[in-house]
Design a protein around this ligand. Sequence first.
Ligand code: SF4
Ligand code: SF4
Length: 67
Amino acid sequence: MKAFIEKNKCASDSRICKPLKECPQKAISWVEDDDEPLGSRMEIDENLCDGCGICVDLCCGHCIEIK
Ligand code: SF4
Ligand code: SF4
């Protein structure tokens, strides 16, 4: 089981993103990407994510799912 972000719901704001700060595995990162409407995206490294689910409750946009 891994965490996935539904990008079109995500604010992609590293200043307010609790999952980014609090993921125990440091699996979440903020990536600048000119191809995204917001100019950036949150990315989850599936090799680091252990599926703990902590980020699901911390996400203010309810955009992270474990599957
Ligand atoms: S808290 Fe959720 S919606 Fe907000 S930036 Fe982080 S992953 Fe995206
Ligand atoms: S499920 Fe756990 S390890 Fe994976 S991204 Fe979320 S907080 Fe990090």
